[in-house]
Design a protein around this ligand. Structure first.
Ligand code: GLN
Length: 548
């Protein structure tokens, strides 16, 4: 097949945030990939932070770590999962990152004496990055999600970059606007006006959408489609209805019901294959599990990053939730996940008994002192009551502390992270991290990204992976203190995964003879779980939950 010139699809949002741009971007990528096109995706976040790593998850959702160490936005996880690809730092940009490069180049005389201006030099830098991401992955199509909504100040320079790209190569640049059509309860009718305004706001940036995705509680009817067509200056067949769905994995399927990939390819003028039926059937088969309400398992997620005002924000643990789903679906089960605040187990210890009704317990990653004592109580309860337990990063560190306190009898066992002067820091700072903390060098400085580990024969972990060497993504500053390893091992804790030089403990577990599943990883296996290839550790955990 002749190689098409690279096409760029910008996805922008109208009316409200959280309208589903990330899933739309991922789904557009997937339906094009299914037509034999090579696709990559870019996330633009308009904030000043150079990356997402310095933000609390309740501010902006999960921090998704790439293999190449970049700490990015959770949407990058959606792209990796839907498209089954590994992205790199060039696929992610923020206002801070763009300005940082421009300023660095100016300091190095890179602009050869010119006056460096917000326009055009910032949009030029944005354009360079977008093109580089396409070149690096030899993509036919680059889908670029512009964060925020149109009409706000923050993303104006990114839209200006998109407009410039369009004027430079009009046949290669396209715009999809995802907008929201509210149905106010009292009115009872779907309203198009906010979307009309949003399209006009985009027009003031010199951009006209090629496709309008109409998000709403229900489908768009013909009458409103006509209205939008007339007032938004678009042919009616360019307006795609996208009602709320139970599972995000239905969205690409719904898009294809409206022949969206065919529409997109014809608008872009790309030569592509017919949709690949075999891989589409695999996706359909995967997606249908989300509707299986008969065969369920109950999982308790113990965390502290999900309360925002009076609302619950599960986004903080998005990859963990998705990883649980994939492994459960593959076993013919649908997980029902409950959010339990670790702090509640401190104020109300009687709450522990409620844990008995769950098939498994997960303690995901975290930072700082809040909720640690609650977590330790939960882990002890899971160990003593033989409830499958899976710890992720902080969840592994706390598993070691719990074991040290309640099995080894080291009552003041703790982590240096919360007790810098602690006497028994079973979890201590990594050597290479000491200077970072001393110099307040926090941004992008943790032990980040992909590292290899080796697995011990005859362990739960080794059986789960069914191989000796693994490569997993990390994000931490602390480690199991080597001074305590012999005592922990003598008392039955098994370090089944270590760094190849045996210096760092990567997985800890209790043998099957002692507990149905009591295992934790220093890394974040959730970042590598994919819809059609679930993560082996999550699968081992889910299998144990099903047995319970
Ligand atoms: N706070 C711990 C550390 O920095 C664990 C980090 C995490 O859970 N991602 O080592």
């Amino acid at each position: 097949m002749k190689k098409n010139p690279c096409k760029y699809i910008f996805v922008v949002g109208g009316v409200i945030s959280g309208v589903g741009k990330g899933i739309t971007t991922s789904s557009i990528g997937l339906i094009l990939k299914n037509r034999g096109l090579s696709v990559t995706a870019i996330k633009i976040d308009p904030y000043i932070n150079v990356d997402a790593g310095t933000m609390n998850p309740t501010e902006h959702g999960e921090v998704f770590v790439l293999s190449d160490r970049d700490e990015t936005d959770q949407d990058m996880g959606n792209y990796e999962r839907f498209l089954d690809i590994n992205l790199t730092r060039i696929n992610y940009m923020t206002t801070g990152r763009v300005y940082q490069s421009v300023i660095e180049r100016e300091r190095n005389l890179g602009y050869k004496g010119k006056c460096v201006q917000v326009v055009p030099h910032i949009p030029f830098e944005i354009i360079d990055r977008i093109k580089k991401a396409g070149e690096n992955s030899n993509a036919d199509v680059v889908v670029i999600e512009v964060g925020g909504t149109v009409g706000e100040y923050e993303n104006i320079l990114f839209l200006e970059a998109a407009r410039m790209m369009k004027i430079q190569s009009p046949k290669d640049i396209f715009f999809v606007m995802v907008s929201y059509l509210p149905t106010p309860g009292k009115v009872g009718e779907m309203k198009t006006k906010p979307t009309q305004h949003a399209v006009r706001a985009l027009n003031t940036s010199g951009i006209q959408p090629d496709i309008l995705i109409a998000r709403g509680e229900t489908s768009l009817d013909e009458k409103r489609k006509e209205k939008l067509s007339l007032f938004c200056n678009m042919a009616a067949d360019r307006i795609v209805s996208a009602p709320d769905v139970e599972s995000v994995y239905d969205i690409p399927l719904n898009f294809e019901k409206e022949k969206f990939s065919e529409k997109l390819c014809s608008i872009m003028g790309v030569i592509c294959k017919a949709p690949n039926k075999k891989s589409w059937d695999l996706w359909k088969n995967f997606a249908k599990h989300a509707h299986n309400n008969k065969n369920t398992i109950k999982i308790a997620m113990i965390g502290k990053y999900f309360k925002t005002g009076d609302f619950i924000l599960s986004d903080s643990y998005l990859s963990v939730i998705e990883a649980i789903k994939y492994s459960s679906y593959a076993q013919g089960k649908k997980p029902i996940i409950s959010w339990l605040d670790s702090v509640d187990f401190e104020t109300n210890p009687a709450k522990l008994k409620e844990l008995k009704k769950y098939d498994g317990i997960v303690v995901p990653g975290g930072f700082g002192a809040r909720g640690v004592e609650g977590n330790l109580r939960v882990i002890r309860f899971a160990r003593e009551n033989k409830i499958p337990y899976f710890g992720l990063c902080y969840g592994m560190q706390m598993m070691a502390i719990e074991y040290a306190r309640n099995v080894l009898g080291i009552k003041d066992a703790t982590t240096r992270e919360i007790e810098p002067k602690g006497k028994n820091c079973v979890i201590d700072i990594l050597d290479e991290q000491k200077d970072n903390l001393k110099n307040h060098n926090y941004g992008g400085s943790m032990r980040l990204g992909g590292f290899k580990a080796v697995l011990k024969e005859g362990t739960v972990a080794r059986a789960a992976y069914n191989k000796k060497e693994i490569d997993e993504r990390h994000r931490h500053r602390y480690e199991v203190n080597p001074d305590y390893i012999p005592a922990l091992e003598d008392n039955g804790l098994v370090f089944s995964g270590t760094s190849p030089d045996k210096r760092l403990m990567e997985i800890s577990e209790l043998p099957k003879s002692k507990h149905p599943f009591f295992l934790a990883a220093q890394f974040h296996p959730e970042f590598l779980a994919r819809p059609l290839s679930p993560h082996p550790l999550f699968t081992a955990f889910i299998k144990a939950c099903i047995k319970k």
